[in-house]
Design a protein around this ligand. Structure first.
Ligand code: PA5
Length: 462
């Protein structure tokens, strides 16, 4: 199981002004946290609560269908191209970057054991899109278009381009190169998929994009590139069981949720940095940023009062950002909680040869890169603590399907608990919808004419 060490957020380490008396606070919030956890677990099966993601670890049916389809298309495609944005892409990127062999797409077919390369198109830059089309042979590419709403402009415009090209290259058979993941009944993509006869998978009801990584949204691409989705599901189930524990002393998601909440509301630290000491976990930070930002950045509380709250998430990478951001974290405004992720055992070991005797670098010889990265993780958290900067460390025994799934699921539960502490709806995103609607208006979507006029007037003045 993954572990959380939160000692460096305590008054005894970072002082009265910047730290929390954790034992006291855990006791003060014991009942509230217990209520939140049992309430989330009670509400998760009710319609309209947007908590169905808490059940994804138990969805044997999806697991079966995903594995069946992955087995059916195995060996047929050289590439998987995922079209999606936000919650429809970030989990996929985070997990494949963490679990596939590094530089996967650059490996030979033999090195990839015959499994396909994988590309995520999660933006609409014309240059990078055209660049990708030059790299991919679309005939040998399986396109997984993912959008819950079925109408997101970025994803659907990408899809229209790709579908058109596929059809021109493959004729009627183009449809076998497309698999759509979308709502089971509603949305334009669902209609198109049914008309055109695509294979489809479902984004389940009451699962928001940023909580959808363990639905078919993530599981399908993971299975297509040969990742062990059974082990992921085992990791989620074990973590889910652990996080059902209503005692904050034994629930790491509740502990980190409370720390972040109190650091913001009592100590004025409303920035949350995610800093894994592992390049393979780099994109977990991107995923966390979206999860935290869209879930917790809200202007109303559950009673409709204006609150305008939410800790701002920041991504960083150890050791790289020691040479970029750590100066600011140590000596700049003391307004952050830093989350380190530390990996106990890397898959491989890299020895540093003993080839120089210079005092300045000779000490490195005979050590390993593994020792160096973890020494840097430890020294950075100690240095931050010396500067009275609160920080917590999440430790993974290793980077594998089981542990990475646990990490992501733990952070999802932590986000849900934090949302309850703030008394906000962590599962809507009206601020995202607003910008989406403006885009529809600007691009001339029928029904958005009035918004378009208002927008044109506003744009002339701002
Ligand atoms: O988390 C969310 O709900 C959003 O980030 C969505 O995933 C994103 O806007 C894409 O939406 P859709 O899947 O409907 O295309």
């Amino acid at each position: 199981m993954i572990k959380l060490n939160c000692k460096n957020a305590d008054v005894r380490v970072v002082g009265e002004e910047n730290g929390l008396d954790l034992e006291l606070e855990f006791n003060n919030y014991k009942d509230k946290i217990a209520n939140i956890i049992s309430d989330l677990n009670k509400r998760k099966d009710k319609n309209g609560q947007w908590l169905q993601w808490m059940n994804l670890g138990y969805n044997e049916e999806t697991l079966w269908y995903v594995k069946e389809y992955a087995a059916m298309v195995k060996g047929r495609f050289d590439n998987i191209l995922v079209l999606g944005i936000g919650g429809s892409a970030l989990g996929g990127i985070a997990v494949t970057e963490a679990l596939l062999k590094p530089y996967w797409n650059l490996l030979s077919e033999e090195q990839r054991d015959g499994l396909p390369r994988i590309f995520f198109l999660d933006n609409i830059d014309p240059d990078t899109m055209n660049g990708l089309f030059e790299v991919l042979d679309l005939k040998k590419t399986l396109v997984n278009v993912i959008t819950k709403s079925g109408s997101t402009a970025e994803t659907m415009s990408q899809f229209m381009i790709v579908k058109d090209r596929l059809e021109k290259e493959l004729g009627d058979n183009y449809r076998y190169n497309i698999v759509a993941t979308t709502d089971k009944k509603t949305g334009i993509l669902r209609q198109i998929a049914e008309q055109e006869g695509y294979k489809t998978f479902v984004v389940p009801d009451d699962v928001g994009g940023r909580f959808s990584v363990f639905s078919a949204v993530g599981l399908l691409p993971f299975a297509l590139v040969g990742l062990d989705i059974d082990e992921m599901v085992n990791g989620i189930k074990d973590m889910d069981l652990a996080l059902k524990n209503t005692d904050i002393h034994n629930n790491i998601a509740a502990q980190n949720a409370l720390i972040h909440y109190l650091m913001d509301t009592k100590k004025g630290k409303n920035l949350s940095v995610m800093m894994p000491y592992s390049s393979r976990l780099k994109y977990v930070s991107d995923w966390y940023v979206q999860l935290w930002a869209e879930s917790l950045g809200k202007n109303k509380d559950k009673e409709g009062n204006d609150v305008n709250i939410g800790p701002t998430p920041i991504k960083a990478l150890g050791a790289t950002d020691q040479h970029s951001q750590i100066q600011l974290y140590n000596e700049g405004p003391n307004d952050k909680v830093i989350n380190f992720i530390r990996v106990e055992n890397f898959d491989t070991q890299l020895d540093i040869p003993n080839i120089f005797e210079y005092t300045g670098i000779g000490y490195l010889g005979g050590k390993t890169i593994n020792q160096l990265i973890n020494a840097e993780a430890d020294s950075t958290r100690v240095a931050l603590s010396d500067y009275n900067r609160p920080n917590v460390t999440i430790t993974l025994e290793k980077i594998d399907s089981y542990n990475v799934a646990q990490l992501l699921y733990m952070l999802e539960i932590q986000t849900a608990i934090t949302g309850e502490l703030y008394n906000i709806d962590a599962f809507n995103q009206p601020g995202v919808e607003q910008a989406k609607n403006y885009t529809y208006a600007l691009m001339g979507r029928v029904g958005y004419e009035e918004s378009a006029q208002t927008l044109q007037a506003k744009m002339a003045t701002v």
